[in-house]
Design a protein around this ligand. Structure first.
Ligand code: KG4
Ligand code: ZN
Length: 344
């Protein structure tokens, strides 16, 4: 059974063909990164216009790479939430049109759950039941996953997502956008113990996350405390800035270590609490080398089986959408043409 996956929730236009929900025959990702770099972040209007340009060529290329025709496709799976509304609508409208024209079933996929499914792609192991941690630019969430389509939310971010914190701290350190990969790189030469940043675990039994205080702690360490306690900061008047390359590396490494401590601590804690013996990770931040290293160590020590997707399936891509779509399709969870996009 072949599923065509379509993803356009943020700034990647992606189309993929996946066989039996597992084998990736094609995964085309057209990134818009260069369009957004001058603005230091994703500009929604630019993103949805670029999706309009890139979507049909991405689908054509995916079919070519897979050696398939549109008629060979057994179902069309599309991310319809959450994401930027204009961007989502481009993928959703394309998927609806194809499903209607080809008379094939349409499946609506949740982006965050698709990230968790990435670990199953091109993989023969059974990865369920498991605890699932999604760490992306927009989300940091912990799930209990009984199967790919039977999941229960254990906790999520109360403010900044992990990737968002990486991006904001990178901006603060003058490292540009997107911040995650460059902090990852800089941190390799830095001292992780140079700064003792807070580890926001919240309540001891909480699986929620909060990274905005950590980001502010980095800001204060870089630029000094704002004048007048409790007052709104006036960045222009702050002392500091102009860090040396060594200082930036130390700051990046210490910040990254604090984020990783929390992510690993909560993920392992969730496995212990639920009794699950497997841990699945997904999302762009799952590319982070220190996070991958620490997860392997912690899972080894705690006899947890770790399922880390290859880096190519961690950021936004349509293969994970087609894969999860296959399971929804088989379960009869198809959608009609009234399927709507939703930002949350
Ligand atoms: O999953 P994703 O592609 O998009 C969303 O669904 O948000 O994740 C993008 C996020 C960005 O915040 C980016 O900075 C972060 O993933 N990221 C990383 C790394 N590579 C990408 N964060 C830390 N280390 C990395 N190596
Ligand atoms: Zn994502």
């Amino acid at each position: 059974m072949l599923t065509l996956g379509i993803e356009s929730s943020c700034d990647e236009t992606s189309a993929a063909i996946v066989a039996e929900g597992r084998r990736v025959l094609a995964n085309v990702v057209a990134t818009q990164e260069d369009l957004h770099v001058p603005y230091g972040g994703v500009v929604p209007e630019i993103a949805c216009r670029a999706h309009l340009v890139e979507m049909v060529p991405a689908i054509r290329k995916a079919l070519r790479d897979a050696g398939a025709e549109l008629d060979d496709v057994d179902g069309v799976a599309v991310v319809h939430r959450p994401g930027l509304i204009g961007s989502l609508l481009v993928g959703l409208t394309t998927a609806k049109t194809l499903a209607w024209a080809l008379d094939k079933p349409l499946v609506g996929v949740e982006h965050i759950l698709a990230h968790l499914y990435a670990a199953a792609l091109d993989c023969d192991d059974d990865i369920y039941p498991a605890v699932g941690l999604v760490v992306s630019g927009g989300h940091t969430s912990l799930y209990r996953c009984r199967s790919p389509i039977d999941t229960e939310l254990l906790g999520s971010t109360t403010d900044d997502a992990a990737g968002e914190a990486f991006d904001k701290v990178a901006k603060l350190l003058g490292l540009g956008y997107p911040g995650g990969p460059v902090i990852d790189r800089m941190a390799r030469d830095g001292d992780r113990t140079a700064h003792d940043f807070p580890r926001p675990f919240l309540a001891p039994d909480s699986f929620d996350f909060s990274f905005s205080g950590l980001k502010t702690a980095v800001l204060y360490k870089c630029k000094g405390q704002p004048p007048g306690r409790g007052k709104a900061p006036e960045p222009g008047r702050w002392e500091g800035g102009g860090l040396s390359e060594r200082e930036v590396a130390d700051m990046a490494a210490s910040f990254q270590e604090a984020v990783v401590d929390v992510l690993v601590g909560k993920a392992v804690g969730a496995c212990k609490r639920t009794g699950e013996e497997r841990l699945i990770i997904g999302g762009g931040v799952a590319c982070n080398s220190r996070l991958r290293e620490r997860l392997e160590e912690a899972c080894g020590e705690n006899r947890i089986r770790l399922h880390l997707p290859p880096r190519k399936y961690c950021p936004d891509n349509a293969a994970m959408v087609a894969g999860l779509g296959y399971h929804l399709l088989r379960a009869g969870r198809t959608a009609d043409l009234a399927l709507d996009a939703a930002p949350r």
